[in-house]
Ligand binder design. Structure first.
Ligand SMILES: NC(=O)c1ccc[n+]([C@@H]2O[C@H](COP(=O)([O-])OP(=O)(O)OC[C@H]3O[C@@H](n4cnc5c(N)ncnc54)[C@H](O)[C@@H]3O)[C@@H](O)[C@H]2O)c1
Length: 330
């Protein structure tokens, strides 16, 4: 049985991947410092709470031989990275680098890395493919792009093959388990809008309504977290079968405006809440949608879930007792 080390596995996306790996029969070892994750998402089986660094990983390796790493741990808020760049460079580059050295020293030859559409910055095109220009406009995006490049060097120099998955907007909640978005500081649109519907915040701010879109608000691509989990499984299988180091976009291939998301949440929850239009944020493109045809062709990945599934699963999650209790504890 193969043993997979999941870094940041108690987080939103990582925990879904942990359960998909367990369901597939992999031996899964989870590391998370719980700075932004929840033990409730994964349980205590083969779970180790620590901040990732060389010494902690070395201790762990005394008891395990890892076949691959699935990698989610990172600081994730692009806006925050423009206020505190040093912390992001330290976490997402320096500390991540210790993981790579650990992989090299222990002969771990396969890595699946959670990258981001943030690597593109402001794309030239509305539908973005992997070969399009990358020019991050946040330190967060820069750390993801830099790390993709470092991974490609570790592949050519040390033979560590990797897949970097550029997620667009991860969204929705697990259909079978009590796992959904519950970030300690929420910056993602869909949970923010649900929190407004639940009265957990005073309405929603929309950053600009003068973009070149159908209703003036930005259009983005939302992809269900279970589709992302499936992409991790397919990427691992691809690497175990000898696939070369690669990069893939993961999105739904269609876009929805901020206003459409708000209207959809109002319709599903039957709650009206305050929506305030404020000024644009720097660096928001009008429209950003994934061309995921490369993942479709090479990984045989197809997103199964549409916006209705995303919104209905997220609503079920946000109404749950688990979400209420997690929100009380943050
Ligand atoms: N959520 C999205 O829409 C999205 C989009 C693009 C990319 N991503 C990337 O996907 C990954 C997962 O995102 P998420 O939304 O699940 O975030 P998350 O914050 O829920 O998950 C990250 C987990 O890593 C843990 N962690 C962070 N730094 C750590 C450290 N140094 N040591 C140990 N544990 C640490 C956190 O406690 C958390 O549980 C991240 O790398 C993020 O950049 C997410």
């Amino acid at each position: 049985m193969r043993t997979i080390l999941v870094l940041g596995g108690a987080g939103y996306i990582g925990s879904n991947v942990v359960w998909s790996l367990r369901d597939k029969g992999y031996n899964v070892v989870v590391v998370d410092d719980l700075s932004n994750g929840h033990l409730e998402f994964i349980g205590t089986e083969s779970f180790f709470k620590f901040h990732i660094n060389k010494d902690n990983l070395e201790n762990l390796a005394k008891n395990y031989n890892f076949d691959a790493i699935c990698w989610f741990s990172a600081l994730i808020e692009a806006g925050e990275s423009m206020k505190n760049p040093g912390i992001f460079l330290q976490s997402n580059l320096s500390e991540n680098f210790e993981v790579l050295e650990f992989a090299k020293n222990h002969g771990i030859k396969h890595i699946v890395f959670a990258s981001s559409a943030g690597v593109y910055g402001i794309p030239d095109k509305q539908v973005v493919s992997e070969t399009d220009r990358t020019d991050p406009i946040s330190v967060y995006g820069l750390t993801k792009l830099t790390f993709e490049k470092v991974l490609s060097f570790y592949s050519s120099i040390y033979g560590i093959s990797s897949v970097s998955l550029r997620f667009f907007n991860a969204s929705g909640a697990s259909f079978t388990r009590n796992i959904g978005e519950a970030h300690k500081r929420e910056s993602h649109l869909i949970p923010i809008v649900f929190n407004a519907a639940l009265g957990l915040r005073d309405g929603v701010k929309v950053f600009g309504n003068d973009y070149k879109t159908i209703d003036g608000t930005c259009i983005r691509d939302y992809v269900h977290v279970e589709d992302l989990a499936n992409a991790f499984i397919l990427s691992l299988e691809y690497l175990f079968n000898g696939g070369e180091t690669n990069i893939f976009n993961l999105g739904n291939g269609e876009g929805f405006s901020v206003k459409q998301i708000i209207d959809k949440v109002k319709e599903v929850t039957k709650v009206d809440f305050k929506v305030e239009i404020t000024g644009r944020r720097a660096g928001d493109p009008d429209i950003e949608i994934a061309d995921y045809s490369k993942a479709q062709k090479i990984l045989k990945w197809n997103p199964k879930y549409k916006l209705d599934d995303i919104i209905s699963s997220a609503w079920k999650w946000h109404k749950s007792d688990t979400y209420a209790s997690l929100m009380r504890s943050v």
